[in-house]
Ligand binder design. Sequence first.
Ligand code: SF4
Ligand code: SF4
Length: 291
Amino acid sequence: MWALRRWIQSTATVLSNAYVLFPFTRNIYQGKLKSVCVPGLNCYSCPAATGACPIGSLQTIFANVRPSFKTGNFHIGLYVLGLLRITGSLVGRMPCAWVCPFGFLQELIHKIPSRKIEIPHWMIYIKYWFLALFVVLLPLIVVDGFGYGTTWFCKYVCPAGTLEAGIPMLILQPQLRELAGWLYVNKIAILALFLVLMVFIRRPFCRIVCPLGAIYSLFNKVSVFRMVHHPDKCVMCKECYNGCPMGVKFYEGANQPDCIRCLKCMQESCKFDAISYEIAGLPVKVRPIAH
Ligand code: SF4
Ligand code: SF4
């Protein structure tokens, strides 16, 4: 299962960034696929990106809501909201574990040997503030004279955007370097901070900041796919927590907001068969891995 997940994560990362002509065009791909959102966090402005980022698209909806009211042009907004709702309703936060390139990067960097640190539990709620403030309220409220807002999370926070788009675009288009002022320095500092934190903390961006994870997490308890804990079999050995890439204490309850359904606890950590999953309320029999 672990090898399968790594293979799917790698494939999703490559497919989300498969525009190999960018070194020649020195620009981003702008073909038809770009109007489709990928399920993970992958910057629209990455020169190799083949799809759009749902969080970037969501901010654009709120930033353009006034002009959209005037023109009646709502279909893109409805499409993005519908996509997030369908994905969340089916699998909850599962895309974070299986197809998000930035989540994958955090797991790889966390493998660097070091003393590992756990964050206080309250910090996992900060991401909902990032979602409310930087993705919804600021793009909606702070507008120019024509009624257009801006994509606050992309512009001022997102380290994935800096890594995938900001740095590569400055390399491809040197003329942009003159325009990169304090905003760029700020974004590089945020990226550097998270790259360091990834070494010591399990998926720090996913757990503390990611607005996409925050949205998907709202569906974890009600999605078609759900994890199940069997207290009658659980001996509270806490191995599920020790092995969890998100630091979830599964023995305290299934389908917590930060469970990304990677299935590692079920397939590898728990030796007591105390974890399973169900689809639409129907238990799924999984062949246990020999321990
Ligand atoms: S690994 Fe299994 S037995 Fe141990 S605490 Fe977690 S659910 Fe319980
Ligand atoms: S609780 Fe289990 S399924 Fe959820 S993220 Fe942790 S290891 Fe993965």
